[in-house]
Design a protein around this ligand. Structure first.
Ligand SMILES: Nc1ncnc2c1ncn2[C@@H]1O[C@H](COP(=O)(O)OP(=O)(O)OP(=O)(O)O)[C@@H](O)[C@H]1O
Ligand SMILES: [Mg+2]
Length: 468
């Protein structure tokens, strides 16, 4: 197999670089803890740490070379000296994109980016060599490092692009220069930094900046910002717009979705062709992500039917809807782990799944929610606004934590009230203590609300995985 990067190629990509010895790199990273043998390590200066402090360690652990902008003590190995390591990473990512003959997709949206990207990776890699961003590597560092990992033999590339603040998406989109861009949806996520949903839609629409010729935009036809996004796409010169959603106007249309124990059974019409498939993740929101992903597959020129057949293997990951059956007392409980993040859109999606998940005979639905963060001045209203969805979820007992959840607590009928505590550490005992065999328990909150400790406590109180 040929190297991901030779020192000659790095030299060509980074004109100002001075390289101390020839090398071949098999990977690219900026995280010294994740350095593997043969990686090209970029010493980036972060807000709290400076990667230059880890260069010696990275080289001693087998890095092929380290990209640095100043001298480092005790570094034994090859150095690539550049004036600015962050700029060098962006330049290497751009060089990877320039040399690639892959068909490229970019993914953004308020929720469902990683889920959609992972579905695309599963579908495309079953057809041809495919590279995709790792995890949620979607910011000013994650995007160029993902691009720099794009192998020469890749026929497809899938890149997640995210934002917390205005102006972040456009430069990343220009680096990716995708053939197909998908916006999963627009919702009040990071609205504290963004001001309004319209501002969020406009920012997401920057995904279409700098796309390759003949570009395709895949947009959520059901989203109330659809026209706004379509306008942005046209503004940036996109030549074809494909809608996905439940409505009849969508070219990629979700026809039906039934929740099964190990996922969902989905029927969709993709440009008039009906396809039916099993999806390994549960819920209508996941089904919509899969339909969006199928529209991307079509626009990339890959085989849609073959792609759909691989979706059975696409599962929700821990913290993002993964389900576990745990031994509990004389029976079992079902745990829905959504502890990785939360916002009004994804909490509603989870509550819809909970409402369709039947407890066993005698069991109940139990809900544990932590604060949704970064919602700005409207935070309390967004929390209180979940009351109707919580009622519709059929939860018998609701456990809440965090200051904003007080607003939801006030809206709960006394019969549903489990407990409201200042933080998740204080809530752990309430939730674990309330569970009984047969229950379904759903746990969700923003990462900063630390709801994972509630998940861990439920697992600790159980007798371990029950299997199926
Ligand atoms: N289309 C959707 N609508 C509503 N909720 C969704 C949708 N897709 C995924 N979710 C839920 O949102 C949460 C985050 O999903 P995912 O990690 O795919 O989003 P993301 O946009 O990549 O998030 P991040 O901004 O953290 O990278 C999960 O709990 C998931 O179940
Ligand atoms: Mg993500």
């Amino acid at each position: 197999m040929s190297a991901l990067w030779t020192s000659d190629e790095v030299q060509a990509a980074l004109a100002a670089a001075s390289i101390t010895a020839p090398f071949e790199a098999e990977g690219v990273t900026f995280d010294s803890r994740a350095v593997g043998k043969g990686d090209l390590f970029f010493a980036l200066s972060g807000e709290t740490t400076d990667g230059h402090g880890f260069v010696a360690d990275a080289l001693s652990r087998g890095a092929a070379a380290a990209v640095v902008s100043r001298d480092v003590d005790g570094a034994q190995g090859t150095l690539v000296r550049v004036p600015d390591t962050m700029k060098a990473l962006v330049d290497l990512g751009r060089a990877a994109r320039r040399r690639s003959e892959a068909r490229i997709a970019s993914v953004t949206g308020s929720v469902g980016k990683t889920s959609t990207k992972d579905a695309l990776l599963a579908m495309l890699s079953a057809q041809a060599p495919t590279c995709a961003s790792v995890a949620s590597y979607n910011n000013h560092v994650g995007v160029p490092v993902s691009l720099a990992r794009l192998t020469v033999d890749a026929r497809f590339g899938v890149f997640e692009i995210g934002m917390n603040h205005p102006g972040e998406i456009e430069p990343l989109a220009r680096q990716v220069a995708a053939h197909v861009g998908v916006v999963t949806n627009v919702g009040p996520v990071h609205i504290g930094h963004m001001g309004s949903e319209e501002a969020i839609a406009d920012e997401k629409g920057c995904l279409f900046a700098g796309m390759a010729d003949g570009a395709v935009a895949v947009l959520n036809r059901d989203d109330r910002h659809y026209e706004r996004l379509a306008g942005r796409a046209r503004h940036f010169g996109v030549s074809r717009i494909v809608g996905f959603g439940r409505g009849e106007a969508a070219e990629a249309r979700l026809v039906s979705c039934s929740l099964q124990d190990s996922g969902s059974d989905v029927a969709a019409l993709i440009h008039g062709h009906r396809i039916e498939y099993r999806l390994g993740a549960a819920g209508e929101h996941w089904a919509l992500n899969s339909v969006a992903a199928l529209a991307v597959v079509e626009a990339l020129g890959a085989d849609v039917v073959k792609a759909a057949a691989t979706l059975a293997g696409v599962k929700a990951s821990p913290g993002r809807g993964a389900r576990r059956t745990l031994k509990f007392g004389a029976g079992t409980i079902e745990l829905l782990d959504e502890s990785y993040n939360a916002n009004p859109v994804s909490v509603r999606a989870m509550l819809a799944v909970l409402s369709r998940t039947k407890p066993q005979a005698g069991g109940r639905r139990v809900l544990a929610l932590g604060d949704m963060r970064e919602l700005g001045e409207g935070a309390d209203a967004y929390h209180a606004g979940l009351a109707d969805a919580v009622a519709a979820s059929g939860a018998a007992q609701v456990f809440l934590c965090g200051p904003h959840m007080e607003a939801l607590w006030q809206r709960l009928p006394p019969s549903q009230r489990g407990a409201h505590r200042p933080d998740s550490a204080a809530l752990v005992g309430d939730v674990a203590g309330a569970l009984e065999a047969g229950d379904v328990v759903a746990v969700k909150g923003s990462l900063g609300s630390k709801m994972k400790i509630v998940v861990d406590a439920v697992v600790a109180a159980s007798g371990g995985e029950a299997g199926r």
